[in-house]
Design a protein around this ligand. Structure first.
Ligand SMILES: NC(=O)c1ccc[n+]([C@@H]2O[C@H](COP(=O)([O-])OP(=O)(O)OC[C@H]3O[C@@H](n4cnc5c(N)ncnc54)[C@H](OP(=O)(O)O)[C@@H]3O)[C@@H](O)[C@H]2O)c1
Length: 329
């Protein structure tokens, strides 16, 4: 099993269309899971400084690289500049922290994690006010941050740079003010939140879209519960149309959800630390959805955002926080 499809970025680099997501995968889970994933054929790994698992990922990568079981150029490693460091003066040092964590000389893609910036503590945790709201840094200047991101490419520390959770307007502003065009926008994208306008804009501008939470992020319930938030979120793998199409192909609902994404030339990064499920999520290249099935899945859009940053109380005070005006739950 291997990922047999790649998308060519606007700088000629190639990104595997399936990667393994690693959010909410603590060290004890991600280390064995990554061994299984690499063995199964995954080469694209999505992490972020804020996931606090870069060191564990780095340990696995070092073992595989030292043993000659994989070549560095076969791997596609993505990490992200956290919301607490979205300031020009913090870009280089924060990036170097991720690089050191993963014991790598370069990454393949470095993303600005969110369009909004927060104040953080030395350990990377968020600062809160007396009422428990995150402290937002309203001085965010995307163009100035982007200029620092461009320097990382120039010095060979990352092959490509991009953004995450950026709206059409935010991306357009960078496109108008850059020397190096963003190669990637990583956004929530699945059958219930298709964001067609944004996806079409990215494609027209030659910015590859990566779909995060492509399976609906079941594990987010645990994350929300820790914040004391109870939201009745849909189970995408239980949608009748998805289940019917899966049965017709003798595939699982998850495989149908992923195939629908990658067939539209969007990258998907499902997270699993379970051997059966992570293998299943890569095993999506041996069947094809009919045009009618694609239409049925495309008709499911409900504008339901699962990964809703507004659960971080106070974030809506940031001028670059745009989610609240776009989609309803
Ligand atoms: N840029 C951003 O702001 C942002 C935000 C969110 C996510 N992300 C990235 O995108 C990745 C994926 O998103 P996500 O983690 O939110 O959600 P997801 O990949 O849509 O869903 C992961 C959840 O689904 C379960 N699962 C995985 N494969 C399955 C299968 N075949 N059948 C049934 N259940 C399955 C996983 O549990 P098990 O592990 O137990 O299988 C986990 O609970 C993240 O890990 C992260 O790398 C980025």
């Amino acid at each position: 099993m291997a990922c047999t499809k790649f998308l060519t970025l606007n700088n000629g680099e190639k990104m595997p269309v399936i990667g393994i997501g690693t959010w909410q995968a603590p060290d004890a889970e991600i280390e064995p899971a990554l061994d299984i994933a690499l063995e199964a054929g995954y080469r694209h790994i999505d992490t972020a400084l804020i996931y606090r698992n870069e060191k564990a990922i780095g340990r696995v990568l070092k073992r595989w690289l030292d043993a000659g079981k994989v070549k560095r150029e076969e791997l596609y490693i993505v990490t992200k500049l956290p919301p607490t460091a979205i300031r020009p003066q913090d870009v280089e040092s924060t990036f170097k922290q991720s690089l050191a964590n993963m014991q790598l000389d370069y990454v393949d893609m470095y993303l600005i994690h969110t369009p909004f910036a927060l104040f953080g503590n030395a350990d990377g945790s968020f600062q809160y006010d007396d009422e428990g709201r995150v402290k937002v840094d309203k001085s965010t200047n995307h163009a100035a941050v982007w200029a620092e991101m461009e320097k990382l490419v120039a010095s060979g520390l990352t092959k490509s740079i991009g953004v995450s959770n950026f709206s059409k307007e935010q991306l357009a502003r960078i496109l108008q003010n850059c020397k190096i065009r963003p190669a990637n926008n990583q956004i929530e994208h699945h059958v219930y939140l298709q964001q067609r306008d944004l996806v079409d804009f990215c494609k027209a501008e030659n910015v590859v879209v990566t779909a995060y939470s492509p399976l609906g992020s079941k594990g987010i319930a645990k994350f929300n519960a820790a914040l004391g938030i109870v939201r009745d979120l849909p189970d995408l793998m239980d949608i009748p149309e998805v289940k019917e199409i899966a049965a017709a192909h003798k595939k699982t609902p998850a495989q149908v959800l992923l195939r629908w994404i990658i067939d539209t030339d969007v990258v998907a990064i499902p997270k699993s630390t379970n051997e059966t499920r992570l293998k299943q999520n890569l095993d999506v290249f041996d069947f094809q959805l009919s045009a009618e099935e694609v239409d049925r899945l495309s008709a499911l859009d409900k504008n339901i955002r699962v990964c809703d940053f507004s659960t971080m109380r106070g974030v809506e005070q940031h001028p670059e926080f745009t989610f609240k005006n776009q989609y309803t739950n």
